[in-house]
Design a protein around this ligand. Structure first.
Ligand SMILES: Cc1ncc(COP(=O)(O)O)c(C=O)c1O
Length: 348
């Protein structure tokens, strides 16, 4: 028990300061359904980061954040443009389609990102009553490949959206990893770059649970309380999500955690790329490292350090670092990997 792995940033536990905040929030009674002081303080923190007029709501999980955000942005005859790797396309069952009623229009990607020319190609037959009407572009920051959109890249997508009267949603389940990678304030690559609605992640960066949905266009937020309830994402004891976000955003704990996770991924990549026969397949910009390994080697190492296959056709695996990954974990993992590469009978 207690061993860390490279499986996912949500295999990690809860940051001790967040646990402490939960314990403090446990004192006495507090109003329910977000009228408590902890949640109000957390909303205040988002206002400091994004502007006074931001509308911030808390939900349980990332799927709930995305699905409820997208529901607020669409009607059921709309379509949502996303990358084929997008969490909403591959890892949220059919919840996005079920709750929004929309068609997803996935676009192939090599680096996890969408580019304006691809989006332009997907916007077709607007005004044709027989055709799903593209309404939202959804991008993930950082992406599912651990790459990070630059501010200009986000802006170019937002410009494309505006030109076609579309809205821009950002799945920021790993937004803190992106912010430290860009060394830019959250606002610069979200609101100020043209994002309309943001799913702001907490769970992967040290929370026990909880994500936020932020609206930069208050008109889009008007139905959100109903949508959140309808999507079963309204927590009655909301103070426990509010207290966690209040603590995460209080003194840059979000940045400390994310910077560490990203740094660990770079340390891991630097060591792995020296091993003969192992190939790193994606740019390491946030907290993941993608590698091609002989499956027999992967199985051997997975006995001790579990990690997930990503693309089985090309023997690609994903290694994730978290706020609690240590250099010792990395050194031991790399030692095991080197040994397995040398001793595995069939190196295919
Ligand atoms: C890009 C992305 N978005 C959203 C999520 C949130 O998912 P969950 O509903 O499991 O909290 C994840 C989690 O893996 C993710 O990788």
């Amino acid at each position: 028990m207690g061993k860390r792995t490279f499986a996912s940033d949500n295999y990690a536990g809860v940051h001790p300061a967040i646990l402490e905040a939960l314990i403090q929030a446990n004192e006495g009674h507090a109003p329910s359904y977000a009228s408590d002081a902890y949640t109000q303080r957390a909303v205040g923190r988002f206002k400091e980061l994004f502007g006074e007029d931001v509308e911030a709501f808390f939900v349980y999980n990332g799927t709930g954040a995305n699905v409820s955000a997208l529901s607020a942005m669409t009607r059921s005859y709309h379509a949502i443009i996303c990358s084929e790797l997008a969490h909403i396309n591959v890892d949220e069952s059919t919840a996005p389609e079920h709750f929004t009623g929309c068609k997803l229009l996935p676009i192939p990607t090599d680096d996890g990102k969408l580019y304006p020319h691809q989006i332009e190609d997907r916007i077709q037959r607007i005004g044709d009553q027989h055709h799903a009407q593209a309404k939202v572009i959804s991008i993930s920051q950082s992406t599912e490949y651990g790459t990070v959109y630059t501010i200009d890249e986000v802006r170019a997508i937002a410009d494309t959206a505006k030109r076609h009267n579309l809205l821009l949603h950002m799945d920021g389940s790993r937004i803190s990893n992106a912010a430290v990678a860009l060394n830019a304030p959250f606002r610069a690559f979200t609101r100020d770059a043209g994002v309309d609605v943001l799913s702001f992640g907490g769970t992967k960066n040290g929370l026990m649970f909880g994500e936020a949905v932020l609206f930069f266009n208050p008109k889009l937020a008007s139905d959100f309380p109903f949508i959140r309830k309808h999507a079963m994402q309204l927590h009655s004891k909301m103070r426990f999500i509010g207290a966690q976000f209040d603590r995460l955003l209080a003194d840059d704990l979000w940045a400390v955690n994310a910077r560490h996770a990203n740094h660990m991924a770079r340390e891991l990549a630097t060591r792995i790329e020296k091993i003969n026969g192992v190939t790193i397949t994606r740019k390491v910009e946030a907290n993941s490292v993608f590698v091609i390994l002989p499956p027999v080697v992967a199985s051997k190492v997975q006995e001790e350090y579990f990690f997930y296959p990503w693309n089985e056709k090309i023997n690609e695996y994903r290694l994730m670092c978290a706020f609690d990954t240590t250099l010792e974990d990395i050194e031991d993992f790399v030692k095991k990997l080197e040994k397995a590469m040398i001793t595995s009978p069939i190196r295919r």
